[in-house]
Design a protein around this ligand. Structure first.
Ligand code: GAL
Length: 412
């Protein structure tokens, strides 16, 4: 019996020579800002500690640039070992083409369904009952970031919400401070959507994006918000827009702009700048109007490999990403909320505490846009908002009518 076991072990060792040895795994992601790079370094450190080697495949220029590169590499037969994507529909075609590693056995063995929350994130990874990705964090997009000193230097109370900021905007501008900073591309869409959520409420926003309610999209309430956006245009003119989201956050950190509307990943930049939440800056969920958060975030997929050593390393990485220690170390630097409730968050800052509190009220939590509508329609909405915010001659009513037609044409 003993001899048989020994022989079996030897046979397995001979059949799979590289299994159990250090494996290089190229990991692609778009985390290249200061805060993002600090956070992803925690993943790399933890994976290297397993005896494998994280080969960093950072793609500069954020998700809009990285996503098509990642998808075409996998489709084209040149896959990486692992890759970041957002929870939602982005990997559907890759899964349907049989190109992605099935993580179901690992997810079951580690009981992801019970240790990871909210359920929406693992559901986004699950197709036909099989798990294809591991959620690593919960990110929300509905935050306004303000630099307190900018206001106090001018003898103003720092605003508690977007409406107070807009009331102060003319005076800020007079003093040579940009009231709101803005970056080109997807950050415009993010800002417009955040204002829609803050002014029209979560229910109406979800009715439009998820249920495709055209009466609300084209109705008077949304119409009023398009008018508000038209008045915000003067503070964010095209020639003041910066190329990257983190540059727009940087203007607030440097005190050149008073506020920025950006997801909670902006918190990572304030931390790198050694600023303290609630003292040096404020993070206002739901733009301070109603505290809400959406279930954005990041997940990791693992393209299938014919090499069993790679598959083993992929499973090791998937497992490492959701361990308690790694969840805490990564999320504290990333500005996102951890996927597990059973971790030590004594080092959480003000913003993370606010986020965790909202997470306890499920009525204040709503789906990420890519969980409700396809990427192509989202890109069209973003292009429309970009045109509207950059072109002072475009009427609010025209923008609203185009918005309605994109929502109407979006595949269900
Ligand atoms: C999002 C991602 C975040 C953050 C942001 C800006 O798509 O979920 O983790 O990195 O892009 O790069």
């Amino acid at each position: 019996m003993k001899a048989f076991t020994m022989a079996a072990v030897l046979a397995a060792t001979v059949a799979l020579p590289s299994v159990g040895m250090a494996t290089d795994l190229e990991v692609t992601h778009w985390w290249t800002s200061g805060g993002e790079a600090a956070a992803v370094a925690e993943f790399a450190k933890a994976f290297d500690a397993t005896g494998n080697h994280w080969v960093d495949g950072a793609i500069a220029g954020s998700g809009d640039v990285a996503r098509p590169i990642i998808i075409s590499r996998i489709m084209g037969g040149n896959p990486m070992g692992a890759t970041q994507l957002n929870p939602g529909k982005d990997a559907d075609d890759l899964i349907a083409a049989g190109l992605m590693q099935d993580l179901t056995d690992l997810a079951t063995a580690e009981d992801w369904a019970h240790i990871l929350r909210p359920a929406s994130q693992l559901e986004s990874c699950t197709k036909d009952g099989k798990v294809y990705c591991v959620p690593v964090n919960l990110h929300s997009a509905q935050w306004m970031w303000t630099n307190r000193k900018v206001f106090t230097d001018l003898g103003m109370e720092p605003p508690k919400d977007i409406n107070e900021l807009l009331a102060l905007a003319p005076k800020l501008q007079e003093a040579g401070i940009q009231p709101l900073s803005l970056a080109q591309g997807w950050p415009v869409g993010l800002m417009v959507n955040d204002i829609l959520v803050a002014q029209a409420g979560v229910d109406n926003f979800v009715k439009v994006y998820k249920d495709r309610d055209l009466a609300i999209a084209g109705g008077p309430e949304f119409g009023k918000i398009f008018e508000t956006l038209a008045s915000i245009r003067q503070y964010t003119p095209a020639d003041k827009m910066v190329p990257q989201w983190n540059e727009a956050v940087g203007l607030v950190i440097q005190g050149k702009a008073a506020a920025n509307i950006m997801g909670d990943w902006a918190g990572g930049e304030f931390q790198v700048a050694k600023m303290v939440a609630g003292t040096d800056y404020d993070c206002l969920p739901g733009l301070g109007v109603t505290p809400v958060l959406n279930t954005g975030g990041d997940v990791f997929y693992f393209p299938k490999s014919a090499d069993p050593a790679v598959t083993e390393a992929q499973l090791k990485l998937a497992s490492t990403l959701v361990t308690k220690e790694v969840q805490v170390a990564f999320n504290l630097k990333k500005g996102s909320l951890p996927m597990r409730a059973d971790v030590d968050l004594s080092a959480a800052n003000d913003c993370m505490k606010k986020g965790l509190e909202i997470l306890d009220h499920s009525s204040a939590v709503f789906p990420n846009d890519i969980q409700m509508i396809d990427r192509d329609s989202l890109n069209q909405i973003n292009d429309l908002f970009t045109e509207f915010m950059a072109n002072p001659d475009m009427a609010a009513a025209d923008a609203q009518a185009k918005f309605v037609s994109i929502i109407e044409a979006a595949p269900k």
